[in-house]
Design a binder for this molecule. Structure first.
Ligand code: PEP
Ligand code: MN
Length: 346
């Protein structure tokens, strides 16, 4: 349930409503919008009479949100959330942010060289896994803390931010010490204890869509983070499993405008895991911009043929730089489209 205050409602009116909510044993999150305040009620609101709040002075309306997620919903927070990663702003249709790097950190030299490539193309965030969720227990599992040290050093050298996956609760503090964004992998989208715990760090969270995650499940996963007072969620569409084996996953681009309609959190696309095939990555990256994504995360490698994981979907320097040029052209086109969709009032 959310309570929407009237524009111009006084502080005292707001406090009276907040006091009543507390008396009901519920917690709140207050969203101070441009014009009005929206209060999100957290807890079991089934026995609450909507009318009790509507009769308070300064209350415009009470809306019972039928979704099970609230803080993640557009109703609660009508304006776009912009996640600020040490000055790199993701969301709000400001600019398209690229996160690029190898699937796995393989060594200091490899991540340094990949960071150089990533930066040359205009990426602002360096990706790379130190804890790898591999299908086979015999496959390379990641360099763990050694890898985290390498990616931090590479990002610092090229003035970039770091995104890397945290796979379990036990390693949250360690990963958070080296990374600016904590990535929750597709296989952990519904690891609810992990979501709550990463939420508590307050750090930006890159939340991948589950392998078979529905939009509703994904939004509820974000709610587990938001309810910890962490409003730095970044959705990552990485494709879902369907009956089609020709691509690694089925890249669901309609998720981009749909998530934007249902939630205020930014969404970026992952055309690498979305397709699994390197020469499909560029067209899907272009399409991601056209769908309105706030950015992308893409796998690149100095020598994809010898990558320790996900080589077949990784771009080399040449194909990556070409993609980034094309993405920039798409970005310009999207600015023109935005001007048609949201003409500035004169
Ligand atoms: C990755 O980013 O390398 C990864 C393992 O992604 P996902 O969780 O989407 O499979
Ligand atoms: Mn990968």
């Amino acid at each position: 349930m959310i309570v929407i205050m009237k524009p111009g409602a006084t502080k005292e009116q707001l406090e009276r409503v907040l006091k009543r909510i507390q008396e009901e044993g519920l917690e709140v999150q207050v969203n101070q919008g441009k014009e009005q305040v929206v209060i999100g009620l957290i807890g079991d609101t089934h026995n609450m009479q909507d009318v009790a709040f509507n009769s308070y002075e300064g209350v415009e309306n009470t809306v019972r949100i039928s979704n099970t997620y609230k803080l993640t919903s557009r109703e609660f927070h009508p304006q776009d959330t912009i996640v600020d990663v040490n000055g790199v702003k993701i969301g709000g249709n400001e600019n398209f942010v690229t996160m690029a790097g190898p699937c796995s950190i393989e060594g200091l030299e490899q991540i340094m060289e990949t960071a150089r490539m990533a930066k040359a193309g205009g990426a602002q965030v360096l990706r790379g896994g130190a804890f790898k969720p591999r299908t086979s227990p015999y496959a390379f599992q990641g360099l763990e803390e050694e890898g985290l040290k390498y990616i931090r050093a590479a990002a610092d050298k090229y003035d970039m931010q770091v995104i890397t996956e945290v796979m379990d609760e036990e390693h949250i503090d360690m990963v958070a010490a080296y990374s600016d964004i904590l990535q929750i992998g597709a296989r952990n989208m519904q690891n609810f204890k992990l979501l709550s715990k990463v939420g508590k760090t307050g750090k930006p969270i890159g939340l991948k869509r589950g392998i078979s995650g529905t939009i509703d499940e994904w939004l509820n996963a974000a709610e587990y983070i938001a309810v910890q007072n962490n409003n730095n969620v970044i959705f990552i569409e990485r494709g879902i499993r369907t009956y089609e084996p020709a691509t690694r996953n089925t890249f669901d681009l309609s998720a981009v405008p749909l998530i934007k309609k249902l939630s205020h959190f930014p969404i970026i696309v992952d055309p690498s895991h979305g397709t699994g095939i390197w020469d499909l990555v560029t067209p899907m990256a272009r399409a991601g911009v056209a769908a309105g994504a706030d950015g992308m995360i893409v796998e690149i490698h100095p020598d994809p043929a010898n990558a320790w994981s996900d080589g077949p979907q990784s771009l080399n320097e040449k194909t990556y730089l070409k993609m980034m040029k094309e993405v920039q052209i798409m970005e310009k086109a999207m600015k023109e489209i935005a001007a048609i969709e949201n003409p500035v009032n004169v």
